[in-house]
Design a protein. Sequence first.
Length: 559
Amino acid sequence: MPTSPVFLDNKSAIAALFQQALATAFPALMASDFKIEVEKPKNPDHGHFAVNSALQLAKKLGKKPCEIADALVTALAPSDLLLGTPEIAGPGFINIRLSLSAETRVIKSVFENADNFGRTNQGNNQKVLVEFVSANPTGPLHVGHGRAAAIGDTLSRLLDWQGWDVSREFYYNDAGAQINNLALSVQARLREKAGVESAFPDGGYHGDYIREIADRYVEKFAHDKAGGELDAVRAFAVDYLRNEQDLDLKAFDVSFDRYYLESSLYSENLVDKTVAHLIANGKTYEQDGALWLKTTDYGDDKDRVMRKSDGSFTYFVPDVAYHVNKWQRGFARAIVELGADHHGSLARVRAGLQAMQIGIAAGYPDYVLHQMITVMRGGEEVKISKRAGDYVTLRDLIDEVGRDATRYFFIMRKSDSQLTFDIDLARSKSEENPVYYVQYAHARICSVLAQWQTQGGGDTSTLKAVDHSPLTSKYESDLMRALADFPETLKHAATELAPHIVAVYLADLAAKLHTYYNAERFLLDDEKLKLARLSLILATAQVLKNGLTVLGVSAPEKM
C-alpha cells in the first residue's frame, strides 16, 4: 500500500521545537513527564499557533506561568519556522507566528506526494475488519442502507490512508422469519399470476419488485408457475435480491472483500459452539425454561435471555458467534457500522464476547451508528418509492442526483445526527449545494490553469519548482495553512471514526479558495507572482482531489 513520506506539519514541528526548549530550560524535568501541546488560537489575530504549557507546568515546577513561558521562549533553538520571537500574552500563553518559508513548504510536500499526500503508516499494516450495510436480502437497498454504505466505505478509505490493512465485509441476514416472509410473498404473487386463489401473508412485502422476482422465477422454473416449491422460491428470491443489491452498491462505487452468510453460523454450528463455550465458562444459568447470559457481570443493567423456552436463540446470540469468528480470523480490531435502532444490542454483544474469555479486548468491536434520513423534494417529505412499496431506495437517489451528491450528502453530517436529504438542493448548481461548492473549487482551479496554458504557459509540472516567496497575502497564508492541516485532518477523522470531519475540512478549504479567487488575480503581468499563485492553487487542487477521493467523490475539471 502506498504511503507518502512523512510530512512534519508545522503544528508538530512547533511542538518538537518547544519540547526541546523545555528540556533545555528545565533539565531536571524528565522529558517523559510532560508533553508540549500546541493549539490553534480561537482568534487568528493572536498568531498561527499557541502553547499554554506554562500554565500547566506552574504547579509542577513551583513557578509563575509567565516565568516559565519566558524561560521556554528564551531557550528556543534558532529555527526558520518562526517569524520573530514568540509573544507571551495574558497569564502565560505563548503565541507563535510562522515564517513565510514555514508556510510555503507545504506546497512542495503536496507536489512530492501528489495523490498520496495525506497518507501515513500509522496503522502499521495491522488488520482491521469494517462491516457495513449488512442488509437483509428482502428488498432493494433503502436510503438508510445508502448512508451506511457511504459511511462504512469512507471509514474503510480513511483507515487505508492511515496505513491499516482494511477488509470490507457485508453480513447477509439470509436466515430467519424475514426471509421466510420474502419467500411467501413471492409465492403469493406466483399464485396470483397463475390464477390460484391465495391470501397474501401477514408481514409480507408488497413492493412491485416482488412481482419482478415472480416473473423472473417463472422464466427460469416454468414447471413451477404457482410456486409450489417454496425452498426453490426462497433460494431464487434471495439470490435475485443479493444480485440487485450488489448492482446498487456497484453504482455507488462500494465493494466488499467478503460476503458472510448468517446461515453459515448455523450450518457450521458456530452458534451452538459459542453457546456451549459460554455454558462451560459458567457464564450462563437456567431460569423459567430459558438460558440466560450473566451480562450484569459486564456492566449490563440486567441479565439477558440467550435461548428462549421454545429453544430458539435471541437475536444477539448469532452476533456474538459472528464476532467470535471475526476474532478467530485474525481481526484484533473490528468496526461495525449500524443504524441507531441497533443500539440496544451492542452492550450485550460485547458482554457475550467478554464472557467467552478467549482474549477478546474489552470494547470489541467498535460501533459507528447512523441516524435516520428524511428525504425532501419541493419542500415536502418523500416517503415511498413505487417499486419498493413503502420506502425511498438508494437507487432512487442515485438516479435523481447522481452518485457524487448522494455520497457527499450522506457523509457531510455527523453519522449519529439525523440527516435531511434535500433532492432539490443536491441537484442545484449553486454555492448552497455543498458538494457542488467543493467540486466547483477544483474545477475553477483547472479552468484558471487551462487559461494559463492557452496563453503559452506550458505544462503545469513547471509550476512545482517555482519561487513561493511572493505569497505574502492573508488569503495565501490562510490557504497554505489549510493545506498543511490536511494530513492531521485525515488522522483525526480516522481516529474518531468520523468521516464527516473530512467533508467539513473540504468545505472550509473550498471556501478559502473561492475567497482567494474573488480577491486576487492569477494571470498577472508580474511573472514571479503569477507563477507562485498558480503553483499554490495547483497544490490546492491536488488536496481537494485527495480529500474527495477519500469520500469516494469525483473531482471534475469542468462543471
